[in-house]
Design a protein around this ligand. Structure first.
Ligand code: BTN
Length: 268
């Protein structure tokens, strides 16, 4: 276990510049929350917290993200892009593409993205992304944290019954063992590449996101609190909002902070 960090670093590209900023923890409540503490202490751009086991892994709106030891990949990266938050509207989309690139390169298949931040294959969720921003006194981004969880080696029976039909892992897709260290290394490389183009390659990132996003073209349900509306997802705009056409013909760009999306006949 102690050499998990060395194992991962042995697979990253020789050009990976942030090996000295990688913190490996055998167990932590949440890599996002731990990284927030490091950020408050002045941790630099590119700091990564990676753990084998999260006891309080979570997604948006307090939803939990099951993070058992030995089977998953749980990591968070700190970015300090020094820009207004309006220039980071595409960050979760960019991270989604980076996760698809990671899995494509290290495992050999390309998953899809259920808008905004679920990594899916077929009808199953393989992982998720939690992006959090903190602004400074001038309203600029003090830091952004991108947290990524990927189910790598679970078997169907490893998931609790209530999510067994909708959760999956990389090895369930391939039918073979998956090397988490290689996936982690590919993730570090993909996130470094993402960070380099974050403010200059938005268009290319969103073009790829639209290809990876399985929600576009689907009839969907939009859930906002108690309210459920049906529509057709037409596109993702340049801010990462989902463009939806409603039965009366009008369209709206809906924000991921406001609504969650369900397929008409199930989770995806
Ligand atoms: C979601 O499914 O809605 C997002 C899940 C994000 C989980 C990752 S695991 C690493 C990081 N730490 C957390 O507590 N959450 C993210």
């Amino acid at each position: 276990m102690t050499d998990m960090k060395e194992q991962i670093l042995s697979h990253v590209s020789p050009d990976y510049p942030w090996a000295g900023r990688l913190h490996f923890l055998p167990e932590v409540d949440s890599t996002n929350d731990y990284l927030k503490k490091l950020a408050a202490e002045g941790a630099p751009h590119g700091t990564v917290v990676l753990s084998d086991h999260q006891t309080g892994g979570h997604g948006r709106r307090g939803r939990s993200f099951l993070s058992p030891p030995g089977v998953g990949l749980y990591l968070s990266i700190l970015l300090r892009p020094q820009c207004p938050p309006t220039q980071l509207m595409h960050l979760t989309c960019a991270a989604g593409v980076a996760v698809c690139d990671t899995i494509d390169q290290s495992v050999g298949f390309r998953p899809g993205i259920k808008w905004t931040n679920d990594i899916v294959y077929g009808k199953r969720k393989l992982g998720g992304i939690l992006t959090e921003l903190r602004l400074d006194g001038q309203g600029l981004v003090d830091y952004a944290i991108v947290g990524i969880g990927i189910n790598c080696c679970q078997k169907p029976q490893d998931f609790p019954p209530e999510i067994r039909e909708v959760a999956g892992s990389l090895s369930m897709v391939t039918g073979q063992a998956v090397d988490r260290f290689r996936v982690a290394a590919a993730e570090l490389d993909a996130l470094y590449a993402m960070s380099c183009g974050l403010l200059t390659e938005q268009e290319a990132m969103l073009t790829q996101y639209r290809k990876d996003c399985i929600t576009i073209g689907q009839e969907i349900s939009l859930v906002r609190g108690e309210e459920v509306r049906h529509g057709k997802a037409l596109d993702v705009d340049n801010e990462g909002a989902l463009v939806v056409r409603f039965p009366d013909g009008h369209t709206e760009a809906v924000n991921s902070g406001e609504v969650s999306v369900r397929g008409m006949y199930g989770y995806v």
